[in-house]
Design a protein around this ligand. Structure first.
Ligand code: ADP
Length: 193
């Protein structure tokens, strides 16, 4: 499914983010930036040791990365030239600023992409795995944040934002959220993004 907003295409696809050829892919990292399970582990495995080397330098300089912030490294052996590492919130019931921190993780990732002159970015579903954020709520925050951010930018500051969703349930949640937020969103043929 996809939609267009202010010159940017926003697409939802099912798949593995490590195989995307956008200029950057976003990693749902943890504050240590030293790798972990889920999508984080998959990105470090596929990208090789160059990524963690740069992450270590960043942590040595600025300390652990707090939830809601983002940093950028090489993509190592990935097709994507860069990995943007962001930390989503751990779900603690919903009244511990989780929605704001999740929105900030998406927004800071988009800002860092633009600051580095990148035009195409892929996101996973941040916080909805090990961090336990309910996926329907997370999908709405993720899409609303990206759509609102793009609306407020100069036209076509980014060409393409892709949500790469790993399992059917997650894909469905994002599809429903996008339909709700933007009824003009249309189905895409597989392989077109
Ligand atoms: P978090 O700790 O932020 O919750 P996880 O990696 O545990 O991050 O999960 C976030 C989402 O990423 C989940 O929906 C999980 O299924 C998904 N995921 C895991 N591996 C991949 C991958 N290779 N590509 C895209 N998404 C993935």
């Amino acid at each position: 499914m996809e939609t267009k907003l202010n010159g940017t295409t926003i697409s939802l696809i099912k798949g593995d983010i490590t195989r995307q050829n956008t200029e950057a892919i976003v990693n749902a990292a943890n504050s240590s930036l030293m790798g972990g399970g889920g999508v984080d582990g998959a990105i470090h495995r596929a990208g090789g040791p160059e990524i963690v080397k740069e992450c270590k330098k960043i942590v040595d300089l600025q300390g652990r990365l707090p939830a809601g912030k983002a940093v950028i490294t090489t993509g190592g052996k990935l097709k994507a030239r860069h990995v943007i590492h962001t930390v989503g919130p751990v779900w603690r019931g919903g009244d511990r600023n989780e929605a704001e921190l999740l929105a900030s993780a998406y927004e800071e990732s988009l800002k860092i992409a633009i600051a580095n002159g990148l035009k195409t970015v892929s996101f996973p579903s941040i916080s909805t795995g090990a961090y336990g954020y309910p996926v329907y709520q997370a999908a709405e925050v993720a899409l609303r944040t990206v759509l609102d951010f793009l609306k407020a930018q100069p036209a076509a500051c980014l060409k393409k934002v892709v949500f790469v969703l790993f399992d059917p349930g997650t894909y469905q949640a994002y599809e429903e959220a996008l339909q709700k937020l933007d009824p003009s969103a249309t189905p895409t043929e597989r392989g077109t993004v």
